[in-house]
Design a protein around this ligand. Structure first.
Ligand code: NAP
Length: 488
């Protein structure tokens, strides 16, 4: 680690953030955070216990009424200062993220900017939360519609976007006036702890936010979700864990937002602009080392262009420079851990056994970290396991198809429905296929859909609710209707 990197890690407060105060875990226990590109321990972080979680709950519950009374402008300005501070510290925060998660520094900087944009967007939304007033159809009463914060909220985030998944939830919760308990992923707690510092500097009142890193995710979240004082859970992560949290939320009938797994089809028709399609595929596949819920998981290329598309994609993938994300010019970092590396290799081996051809890559990369080579597989049969499983790595399986009907059916033949991509220059087809795809989002002639100003979310097993856009704040608001009678 360079002096600069060591300094960035040393700056982070590695304790629990309990309602504005930093302290050790009540059990005294800590856990190590590793750099996935070297497998070396970066530091130890306090390990929250159930007692700590219950204390955070007590604080969130106690603070909720006062926090709900703050003015929208005050909450907006906290968020705006948070946005500015994130951008002022973009470089150090990006180094920290690359150290704990592995993504190349340029991408980490991009994520800090993306994360900051959620604060900017919700600072603008905080002062535009609207209710309503109307006359009942029979004219006898009036309807007053109020919007109120849903209450103390549990936020659970994954490791793949350690900062943006936090701000995407904290932004609307602050805008709405909800107190929060954030449980970051155990592999990447440092970004979340740095974010707590930023929000303190931005003026977030004590008690509004707690951050609880832990190695016992279920052990601290289940008692919180089943207690009754938490009124909302917003989760980003795998579908399997999402299902569990939905079950746990049922007892107290919690509001839930679930941003779950994906299995995105990326469809290239014969009439597509092939250069644009290859650029789009590189983005949709390789953003975040392929470790994104929005990653192109199945690339369908129509038979007229399949060979040429695969050739060009392989050329681009083969030219990518892998390595430690903090080294110059690195474009592909390591996978998050050994388990992820093994899973990617197994999926590639299965596809090859079933007849796929490896055009480039196909095995682990060099170095001590969890590296996997950027890989393109051609002629992948529909029966290959990676057709139904999130790859979460730098592997692009290309599957040929003949007709529009056939590809739409194949694209929709999955339990997931987060995002689908399609490349075509035929306007009729563009609309027809966009409407037919079972997905919460469609990238039409573009390989990235994420934008804080747009409603992000999935259908089917990819989740419930939307984050970002005008609807993002709705997830943290209750609607109350006051019926006014006795009017003459
Ligand atoms: P994960 O295993 O589901 O973990 C996500 C979060 O849930 C982590 O903080 C994890 O804590 C926690 N968790 C695990 N088990 C839990 C339990 N029993 N109770 C409560 N919390 C629990 O997912 P991941 O591997 O970190 O992230 C990858 C997944 O996230 C992929 O499926 C990806 O598609 C999805 N994702 C979706 C979106 C979206 O917006 N739709 C965005 C990004 C990622 P620990 O770290 O301690 O295990």
């Amino acid at each position: 680690m360079s002096d600069r990197e060591a300094h960035v890690v040393a700056q982070v407060n590695k304790m629990l953030f309990l309602g504005g105060k930093w302290r050790e875990s009540s059990s005294g226990s800590t856990f190590p955070v590793e750099d996935p590109s070297t497998r070396k321990v970066l530091c130890e972080v306090a390990n929250a216990s159930e007692d700590d979680a219950m204390e955070a709950l007590e604080i969130a519950d106690r603070t909720q009424p006062e926090w709900a009374k703050t003015s929208p402008r005050e909450r907006s300005e906290i968020l705006h200062r948070g946005y500015r501070l994130l951008m002022d510290h973009q470089e150090e925060l990006a180094i920290l993220m690359t150290l704990e998660m592995g993504k190349p520094l340029a991408e980490a900087k991009g994520e800090i900017a993306y994360a900051a944009e959620f604060f900017r967007w919700f600072s603008e939304e905080a002062v535009r939360i609207e209710g309503g007033f109307s006359t009942s159809p029979d004219g006898k009463s009036r309807f007053l519609i109020m919007r109120q914060p849903v209450g103390p909220s549990m936020l659970i985030t994954p490791w793949n976007f350690p900062m943006a998944m936090g701000t995407r939830k904290i932004g609307p919760a602050i805008a709405a006036g909800c107190t929060m308990i954030l449980k970051p992923a155990q592999q990447t707690p440092l970004s979340a702890l740095a974010l707590a510092n930023i929000l303190t500097e931005a003026g977030l009142p004590e008690g509004v936010l707690s951050v609880l890193p832990t190695t016992d995710a279920g052990g601290i979240t289940e008692p919180l979700l089943t207690d009754g004082r938490i009124r909302k859970v917003s989760f980003t992560g795998s579908t399997a864990v999402g299902r569990k949290l939905l079950e746990q939320s049922a007892g107290q009938v919690l509001r839930t937002s679930m941003e779950l797994g994906g299995n995105a089809p990326f469809i290239v028709f014969d009439d597509a602009d092939l250069d644009a399609a290859v650029d789009g595929a590189m983005l949709a596949k390789m953003r975040n080392i392929g470790e994104a819920c929005t990653a192109a998981n199945r690339i369908y290329a129509q038979s007229g262009i399949a060979e040429e598309f695969s050739r060009r994609l392989s050329e681009r993938m083969g030219a990518l420079r892998s390595g430690r994300g903090l080294d110059d010019d690195v474009e592909v970092g390591p996978l998050i851990d050994e388990k992820a590396l093994r899973k990617v290799q197994e999926l590639v081996d299965d596809a090859v056994e079933r007849g796929a051809n490896v055009l480039v890559g196909g095995g682990p990369g060099e170095g001590p970290g969890h590296f996997y080579q950027p890989t393109v597989l051609a002629n992948v049969p529909f029966a290959a396991e990676l057709s139904t499983t999130e790859i979460f790595g730098p592997v692009a399986p290309v599957m040929p198809f003949d007709t529009e009907e056939e590809v739409v059916q194949a694209a929709n033949d999955t339990e997931y429905g987060l995002v689908s991509y399609l490349y075509t220059q035929d306007l009729n087809r563009a609309f027809r296929v966009s409407e037919a795809l079972e997905a919460g989002m469609v990238g039409l002639n573009q390989g990235v859909v994420s934008n804080p100003a747009a409603p992000f979310g999935g259908v089917k097993h990819s989740g419930l609710g939307r984050e970002g856009g005008r609807v993002g704040v709705e997830e943290f608001l209750n609607t109350k209707y006051v019926g006014i009678g006795g009017l003459s």
